[in-house]
Design a protein around this ligand. Structure first.
Ligand code: FES
Length: 118
């Protein structure tokens, strides 16, 4: 089971154990279940409110990709991804650090999730 550590500049860090392998277990869902004050609105990858910065803590290759077209579009609109970044992600098969918590499905890997970032 992966450890997901949530960190925010104004709150104490919280580490939770997540159940990986489900197609519905998003970072946002885990944060809400853990009663973390994460911001969200649409919950459908369209508004960008749930922006988080994700660091993969395992030594293995990150598994948290790929980004959906919707997620890529919003992250570009927020200035967090460029076309070059998207091209590099598709070639190297490595996801962006910037993610939408409502879109990122948790895989079997330890993560540090920074929320309340912009
Ligand atoms: Fe709107 Fe995640 S809550 S993009």
């Amino acid at each position: 089971m992966p450890n997901i550590t949530f960190t925010h500049p104004d709150y104490k860090d919280k580490t939770v154990y997540a159940v990986a392998g489900s197609h519905t277990e998003t970072i946002l869902k885990i944060a809400k279940e853990s009663k973390l004050p994460i911001q969200f609105d649409c919950q459908d990858g369209e508004c960008g409110t749930c922006l988080v910065k994700v660091t993969h803590l395992d030594k293995n290759t990150p598994k948290g990709g790929p980004l959906t077209a919707k997620e890529q579009t919003v992250l570009q609109q927020l200035g967090k991804l460029t076309s070059d970044d998207i091209e590099r992600m598709s070639v190297d098969d490595i996801p962006s650090q910037w993610r939408l918590a409502c879109q990122m499905i948790v895989r079997d890997e330890d993560l540090l999730v920074e929320y309340g970032v912009s």
